[in-house]
Design a binder for this molecule. Structure first.
Ligand SMILES: Nc1nc2c(c(=O)[nH]1)N[C@H]1C(S)=C(S)[C@@H](COP(=O)(O)O)O[C@H]1N2
Ligand SMILES: [Mo]
Length: 441
């Protein structure tokens, strides 16, 4: 059991695969090591050596199972896999529901777990009564029903949506002890299907004077945001489907503006109006919430991109490593600028780095799952991930972000304080007892 096929000792073999300090292994170690690597894993017993008879018949193996429902729901044993709610009693204020990244894997966020921010609850929209109007600086103003939209050619794409205020706790002077769900839960990724906005603008025609559009929702705040016409003609979409089914009520049913890679707030849900104009509207959200003051006194306004970012989901705070041995470090990386090109992982507070494997296919402006094998020796460890995108951007350190944008002693997000667009490195400390803690490097 202690030797590999080429007769090296397990420890020697591990050393051969070492890629960076404190036990990080080569991302191809599983492919190269095969059975030897598996033999070094913890957590299973061998048939024959185990005391219990393998494959004893439990009750579910002896009788017919439950009814097969018309619409499926997860196993009753998965009840803890839920979003966390900031406004469970629906008081008159913003409701946040955060994605449990630590309980998911892969790159797609299931619809029931996609994060939601609704500033006045989710409207109960009758799709037959809903209309989308495109007017302003167009040649032919048009009104679309959902049925009419359904007859246009559709496209599907993977993309993430991330609130500009996601990860706001990282602007706090002291690291806030919370789960990855609490810290980074306002970002999710889905396959969206709908009609390119450019297709509809071909129908209406665009007056050359039009430089912006104002998108408006049908919910009570009539949330509106100004969007440059260049984005509208690039990859903007009127999304009708989310992971194959109609949009969830919390994600914009029956239609939303999808601006791949751009600030969540601009992805107007319950979309009812697109008005082409010459100047931005200076609407509430672009003039107030998404215009925090920079250390130099200027407003940080009209920045649209969600820039290159990554964080480790496994392991993450709240988890316990039960014993030393092999673990897979994994997480998500994404960039509003395009594809992720590289993710590096460190287990020694950034002194040395190992390249992580990227799960194929790597989609532009979408979650990319990265993985790297790690042998935890039981000592302290400090885990970090750092992502690069195909446009050559690299994820900044927290110190770099704080130098440019400031930090706060209040608990972010606080209007007027830095709280927007944190894409710096996240650091998890592994303590000797196996606990995972949030720290600053
Ligand atoms: N009409 C409308 N659009 C909206 C919102 C809203 O409350 N009403 N919330 C915005 C905010 S702040 C964000 S971050 C994203 C979140 O999208 P999601 O709820 O589908 O995840 O939607 C944006 N679009
Ligand atoms: Mo947001």
């Amino acid at each position: 059991m202690e030797t590999t096929p080429n007769n090296r000792s397990k420890r020697e073999w591990e050393k051969l695969q070492a890629n960076a300090g404190n036990g990080l292994l080569d991302r191809r170690a599983f492919l190269r090591g095969g059975a030897a690597m598996a033999g070094a894993m913890m957590g299973y017993t061998f048939v024959g050596s185990a005391a219990a008879e393998p494959l004893a018949d439990d009750a579910w193996s002896k009788a017919p199972g439950n009814i097969v429902p018309a619409y499926g729901a997860p196993s009753r044993f998965e009840k803890n896999v839920v979003r966390t709610l900031s406004n469970p009693n629906s008081e008159p204020r913003t409701s946040h529901a955060r994605t449990p990244h630590h309980l998911l894997n892969g790159t797609i966020t299931p619809n029931g777990l996609h994060f939601t921010i609704s500033h006045a609850g989710n409207p109960d929209i009758d799709p037959d009564k809903h209309r989308l109007v495109i007017h302003g600086l167009v040649k032919r103003p048009l009104v679309f029903t959902l049925d009419a939209l359904g007859r246009y050619p559709m496209v599907s794409r993977m993309t993430f949506v991330e609130c500009g205020g996601n990860s706001a706790p990282f602007f706090s002077k002291e690291p806030i002890q919370a789960s990855v769900q609490a810290l980074h839960g306002l970002a999710s990724c889905a396959e969206w299907t709908g009609i390119r906005l450019s297709t509809l603008l071909e129908e209406t025609g665009v007056d050359p004077k039009a430089k912006w559009l104002i998108a408006e929702g049908a919910d009570a705040p009539a949330l509106s945001r100004s969007v440059p016409i260049t984005k509208a003609l690039d990859d903007a979409m009127i999304a009708l489907y989310q992971n194959g089914e109609r949009l969830m009520p919390g994600n914009g049913y029956p239609m939303r503006l999808l601006l791949p890679g751009w600030e969540g707030n601009m992805n107007v849900k319950f979309l009812r109006r697109i008005k082409l104009v010459e100047q931005p509207a200076m609407s509430y959200y672009e003039a107030r919430t998404y215009a925090p003051i920079l250390p130099g006194g200027k407003a940080y306004q009209f920045y649209f991109l969600q820039e290159v970012k990554s964080f480790i989901t496994h392991p993450s705070p709240g988890m316990m490593l039960k014993e030393p041995g092999f673990y897979e470090i994994s997480g998500v990386a994404y960039s509003g600028n395009g594809r992720i090109s590289k993710v590096m992982v460190s287990a020694d507070r950034g002194q040395s780095w190992a390249q992580a494997a990227l799960q194929e296919p790597v989609h532009s402006k979408a979650f990319t799952r990265f993985r790297v094998p790690w042998r935890w020796d039981g000592g302290p460890g400090v885990l970090q991930s750092r992502a690069w995108d195909e446009a050559g951007n690299v994820q900044p350190t927290r110190a770099q972000i704080v130098a440019a944008r400031g930090e706060t002693t209040k608990v972010p997000p606080v209007t007027g304080f830095p709280s927007q667009h944190y894409n710096g490195i996240t650091t998890w400390a592994i303590e000797r007892n196996g606990e995972v803690k949030h720290v600053y490097a």
